[in-house]
Design a protein around this ligand. Structure first.
Ligand code: ASP
Length: 339
């Protein structure tokens, strides 16, 4: 069977050009693809589809994740793999969200973008796009995708999307996966990390529902529970991702603990993550995490904040029982956490 790839253009620097006044503005998919004549040298079919209006990824959220998820679900059987062109700023959120929305993925969904626009002489867009296409179409002898994952390809590395952070706003090497090895290193050769890559499954399904009744709160020295009272007592809040210090520590402030207790009593799910880019939450290691441990919170262990927020949105929208929600928050459902 001949291979084929669908490129989905959502926006981002990759497709922007200088407006003349110094501000970068998006341009359309036809012009973007015309800037890469090398595409004609692939010996398989390349189709493309674009959001009506290309977006800076700062303006991408759950609605756009659903739109993107639907495009992939609708075209799932038609293509060998998918390449998503996306802004780098929120790429980790979109890739994480899609990793949860797709169950039993058997094809590659490779996100990429660039730090310099395709129109720029020194652009990193070409290499990123051409390699992402190659990765999306890599199959084994039985024509199964070798990368049945939602992944991010950027500057020689392929990372699991829900393990990735944007770590650099300037370097071509913009992304890191601090708590999980790269899925592939790309130099002269493609070196796939077969031991870590997920295995292809047959029963793909797409769950589009997401709950936006979620907040992400970062503790900091001087954190005033009074200032954040409206968050703790917010009637719409169903899930809170709490970014704590180190291994899950928070200031031993009675108002903060009382606020968290009120949340817990109202049945709001709390997922505890760390502000450190490496390492894991370990509740109870210090006295400063014992109050949290005593509440019925879930440890996010080494999950990224982007994966924690999107997992919370997915789990809250798709599960009924509080027990099931807690069980899913505590375990790895798409390889997003080390358990
Ligand atoms: N602001 C841009 C975006 O995320 C940055 C980029 O694409 O690198 O859409």
């Amino acid at each position: 069977m001949s291979k084929s790839v669908l490129i989905i253009y959502t926006g981002g620097t990759v497709g922007m050009m200088n407006s003349g006044s110094g501000v970068l503005l998006p341009f359309d998919i036809e012009n973007l693809l015309k800037s890469i004549p090398e595409l004609s040298r692939f010996d398989f079919k390349i189709d493309s589809v674009a959001f009506e209006k290309p977006l800076d990824s700062s303006n991408v959220g759950p609605q756009e994740w659903q739109k993107l998820g639907q495009i992939i679900a609708d075209n799932y059987e038609k293509y060998t793999g998918f390449v998503v062109l996306h802004g780098t700023d929120t790429m980790t959120y979109t890739a994480s969200a899609l990793s949860f929305m797709f169950d039993d993925l058997s094809k590659a969904v490779i996100f990429t973008g660039s730090q310099l626009p395709i129109s720029d002489l020194r652009t990193d867009a070409k290499e990123n796009i051409l390699t992402a296409i190659e990765l999306a179409c890599m199959t084994d002898a039985e024509e199964k995708s070798m990368i049945p994952e939602v992944a991010i390809y950027f500057e020689n590395h392929l990372f699991r999307g829900n393990r990735t952070i944007k770590a650099n706003s300037e370097n071509f090497d913009a992304f890191l996966s601090p708590n999980f090895p790269a899925l592939a290193e790309v130099g002269i050769h493609f070196k796939l990390n077969d031991a870590e890559l997920r295995k292809a499954n047959k029963s793909f399904s797409y769950k589009s529902k997401l709950s936006a009744d979620v907040a992400l709160l970062k503790v900091f020295p001087g954190f005033s529970a009074k200032v954040f009272q409206s968050v703790f007592d917010n009637q719409y809040l169903k899930g809170l991702v709490l970014e704590t210090y180190g291994t899950g520590n928070i200031p031993q402030d009675k108002h903060l603990i009382a606020g968290l207790k009120r949340l817990s009593e109202r049945g709001v799910h709390v997922l505890v993550v760390t502000q450190c880019i490496m390492g894991s939450v370990e509740l109870g290691r210090y006295a400063t995490s014992e109050d949290l441990k005593a509440l019925d919170v879930c440890s996010g262990k080494d999950i990224t904040s982007a994966a924690a927020v999107t997992k919370m949105m997915h789990v809250l929208a798709n599960c009924e029982s509080p027990e099931e929600i807690k069980a899913l928050l505590r375990k790895s459902i798409r390889g997003e956490v080390t358990v």
